[in-house]
Design a protein around this ligand. Structure first.
Ligand code: HEC
Ligand SMILES: [Cu+2]
Length: 362
């Protein structure tokens, strides 16, 4: 009996520790762990969260500690023993009646106590309120420094990033310069989405017909993962994004090169790319996609001007390799069933040429 009980306790304690420890360790290494901030906005938000969390843990431990202490200290003595004895109910009643002599002091309307449990929460709320108000204003204000503007538009099921000052449009991968604030204007083209890059900042709704604003900044170069955080239909879970933070010089280089046209290394490649461009501009592709400097001006799908540079396809669900690009273009519905890109039906050689063309856009 006793060993079963102690084994149960041991199991419970071990399980609790594992539950508390394991996910936090796994999460720490995870690319979307939001308490491992990579910029000032996520840091402020994380600090506020932790402050509130620790205060809450303090309250929880104190209150449940007092509760457990009270339960143990003032429980009716002998009741449990009597309960297992024959004729238990009567014996229990008896001992409960006897236990009345053990009642703790009965307090009602104590000014001292009332004052204490009003003042403590009041002080705690002040401790929480001061940084909350300070950070809220800091986050709502325009960022200091020399911000770069990006308009984020949510689509079913991909992200569009427009740089109005630079005349650049891209999809699913937002390139930003390190150490410079990014002023985001967040909108939607269809249903409600939510823009979220956990290491850079908290979530922000993308609502059709409404403009939401926020800013963030990456302090270190790197790739920051994000995803849509508001159920938006079939492929909500496959609506991922990446923010690629580049050293300023590399960012400038990307911005300068954007739209400069295909990069080819051989004559054979040049010919394939040229054929691919013709396929793109004569088949349905150009009606839905834009490529800077060409006749392709469609807006139903992502702008493909720098598709050769992107690390993923179809909002982060395929790695951007020639094989995956061909697979996607050949039959997008087999990769992302219900995605708003139809099967166009290219011949094998058309497919190869289009892949060569899109790969050269880098
Ligand atoms: C009816 C509109 C439509 C047509 C026609 C169309 N696409 Fe798309 N395309 C889309 C949409 C919408 C997406 C985004 C799908 C998603 O990720 O959910 C997309 C995604 C893509 C992507 C991935 C882009 C990225 O940012 O990851 C590529 C590459 C692409 N299309 C190439 C083509 C090619 C090549 C053709 C012609 C053979 C074509 N598309 C025809 C609408 C279209
Ligand atoms: Cu979504």
């Amino acid at each position: 009996m006793c060993s079963v009980k102690s084994a149960m306790w041991r199991g419970l304690i071990l399980g609790g520790l594992l539950l508390a420890f394991l996910p936090s360790q796994a999460a720490m290494a995870a690319p979307q762990y939001w308490l491992d901030p990579a910029g000032p906005v996520a840091e402020m938000q994380g600090r506020l969260f932790l402050l509130t969390l620790w205060i809450m843990i303090g309250i929880f431990v104190t209150v449940s500690g007092v509760l457990v202490y009270t339960l143990v200290r003032f429980r009716a003595k002998g009741a449990a023993a009597a309960g297992s004895a024959p004729g238990g109910a009567a014996a229990r009643r008896e001992s409960a009646a006897a236990g009345e002599q053990d009642l703790p002091p009965q307090i009602e309307g104590s000014h001292k106590l009332e004052l204490v449990w009003t003042l403590i929460p009041f002080l705690l709320l002040i401790v929480i309120a001061i940084p909350t108000v300070r950070y809220s204003f800091a986050l709502a204000a325009d960022p200091e420094g020399d911000p770069i503007k990006v308009r984020v538009v949510g689509h079913q099921w991909w992200w569009e990033f427009q740089y109005p000052e630079l005349g650049i449009v891209t999809g699913n991968e937002m390139r930003i310069p390190v150490g410079r604030p990014v002023e985001l204007v967040i909108e939607s083209d269809d249903v409600i989405h939510k823009f979220w890059v956990p290491k850079l900042a908290g979530k922000m709704d993308a609502i059709p017909g409404r403009v939401n604003r926020m800013w963030f900044q990456a302090d270190e170069p790197g790739v920051y993962y994000g995803q849509c955080a508001e159920m938006c239909g079939t492929h909500h879970a496959n609506m991922r994004l990446r923010v690629v933070a580049l050293p300023p010089a590399e960012f400038e280089q990307w911005a300068d090169n954007w739209g400069r046209g295909p990069v080819v290394t051989s004559e054979a490649e040049r010919q394939a790319v040229e054929r691919g461009r013709q396929v793109f501009e004569t088949r349905a592709c150009f009606g839905c996609h834009s490529i800077e400097g060409t006749a392709a001006r469609g807006v139903a799908g992502p702008n493909l001007t720098d598709i050769g540079l992107r690390t993923t396809l179809a909002a982060g669900i395929l790695e951007n390799t020639p094989e995956n690009l061909a697979r996607w273009i050949d039959d997008p519905q087999s990769v992302k069933p219900g995605a708003l890109m139809p099967r166009v039906g290219l011949t094998d050689s058309e497919l190869n040429d289009v892949v060569a063309y899109l790969r050269s856009l880098r």
